[in-house]
Design a protein around this ligand. Sequence first.
Ligand code: AMP
Ligand code: MN
Ligand code: MN
Ligand code: MN
Length: 279
Amino acid sequence: MTDPKYDLHCHSNYSDGSLSPTELVLRAKEQGVSTLALTDHDTVQGLFEAQQAAEQQAINFIPGIELSCLWNKKTFHVLGLNIDANNAELLAGTDQLQIIRLERAKKIATKLEKNKIPGAFEAVQNAAGAGMITRPHFANFLINQGHVSTMQSAFDHYLGQGKPAFVNTQWVELEDAVHWIKAAGGIAVLAHPMRYKLTASWMRRFLTAFKELGGLGIEVITARSNPDEIRRTIHFARQFELFGSIGSDFHSPKNQWVELGRLAPMPTNIRPVWELFTN
Ligand code: AMP
Ligand code: MN
Ligand code: MN
Ligand code: MN
């Protein structure tokens, strides 16, 4: 028996990933993942297909989501793990987020138009299909139209904060995001804690609020984290008695630096979030 391999954070083409839920599960199987959570941005639409594919591949599947929310006017991503994808409160929340994303996409397209780049809204809407429209959809459009050559340069020149097509988005509040996850029976986990560039004291303020709202976990290991980031995250996890999660944040096979399941092991002094996966 080989060791179990967890990957509790990845994306399908129902948000900004490039693989369908089925393709994602097949790839996870190839990579030896034994427990996989699909965590698309603000939507549960891919979960049913992924669950079915996982049953066929004998992979343990954890229904998940990655919610975009605001705390102190700053954007944070909170994972909901082991959610009931049929929960009415959660679905009302994702409906709200879908409208927020649609309205934001219109605003981004208008800004691009002012920069002499027309047609973005129709293009991203077609590309996203039934799923969520995300900035990577705009980045792909800008690449396809020859305005930039990479995803990174699309963010650097157009889509990133302070760039010509950046839109300051009114996501839902952290309080609501955590509440919906709890309502759906899920576990709220702070995603990629080092990506927000918070000082230690702001991180403590955030985690104090997160804990008070019912947040239970923190992503200790992600694909890109370096040893120093892991060390700092372990410190916060222990200080705030949070369960640890591990996830690649896989989006596409095109990114050769990130692979499903290719992750450092959970540090031994951290309680793994999967201890809470009882049902
Ligand atoms: P959105 O939630 O629509 O604002 O899109 C955010 C997503 O864009 C993140 O989940 C990443 O997948 C991707 N992203 C953010 N910043 C960058 C960047 N600098 N380069 C490439 N992808 C990025
Ligand atoms: Mn993403
Ligand atoms: Mn994220
Ligand atoms: Mn993600």
